[in-house]
Write a protein that binds this ligand. Structure first.
Ligand SMILES: Cc1cc2nc3c(=O)[nH]c(=O)nc-3n(C[C@H](O)[C@H](O)[C@H](O)COP(=O)(O)O)c2cc1C
Length: 174
């Protein structure tokens, strides 16, 4: 079983989640190649694809959206999995909100994800560029002020549980 995991990360927290999941899978004997979306290798030769993206302005990072458009035929031909890293999850009814508003817009009917992980991310306001601070302030679609959501909210146990669930499924795919 050979898996390609492609991630889109603006500030590194999604990249760290990708590495964490890949390490868990390698520990189970699943060969996992991890690549930033800008440097994704050729898609041939993999048994499954996993996509992970940070959410900015209520959307996947644009690089991931472009990648999915370009790679749609290959992605749709194999088992595919997805996870998102975001802050909206932390708010009341966050899971329902995120799955309703952050998922459908970019999904193509030809592409279905066998499992979708929704994880709380990380934000360090001090590292944001001015334009990012601006869009976060004015475009964040939650009820909380994003400044109140600053911090590292990644729940590694939850991420591991999701990774284990996917690994079990991958193990049963021949
Ligand atoms: C400019 C900006 C806009 C964001 N917009 C959203 C948003 O609309 N909804 C949300 O849930 N999280 C939003 N976030 C939070 C990110 O999804 C979260 O910080 C994520 O962990 C970032 O991943 P990264 O470190 O890989 O870039 C935003 C963060 C930034 C910096």
């Amino acid at each position: 079983m050979r898996v390609l995991m492609v991630y889109a990360s603006a500030h590194g927290s999604t990249a760290e989640v990708a590495d964490f999941i890949a390490a868990a899978w390698r520990g189970c004997g699943i060969e996992t190649v991890v690549a930033a979306v800008g440097g994704a290798p050729a898609l041939a030769g993999y048994d499954a694809y996993v996509l992970g993206s940070a959410v900015h302005n209520s959307m996947w990072l644009p690089e991931m959206a472009h990648f999915v458009r370009r790679a749609l035929p290959q992605l749709a031909a194999k088992p595919a999995y997805l996870w998102l890293n975001c802050l909206r999850l932390l708010e009341r009814n966050g899971y329902a909100y995120v799955t309703k508003h952050y998922l459908p817009a970019l999904l193509d009917p030809g592409l279905t994800f066998r499992k979708i992980g929704v994880f709380a991310g990380k934000i360090d306001l001090a590292t944001l560029r001015m334009d990012e601070s601006w869009t976060l302030t004015f475009r964040y679609d939650g009820r909380e002020s994003p400044a109140r959501l600053a911090g590292d909210h990644r729940d590694w146990k939850l991420i591991r549980a999701w990774a284990d669930g996917v690994a079990a499924e991958l193990g049963s795919i021949t």
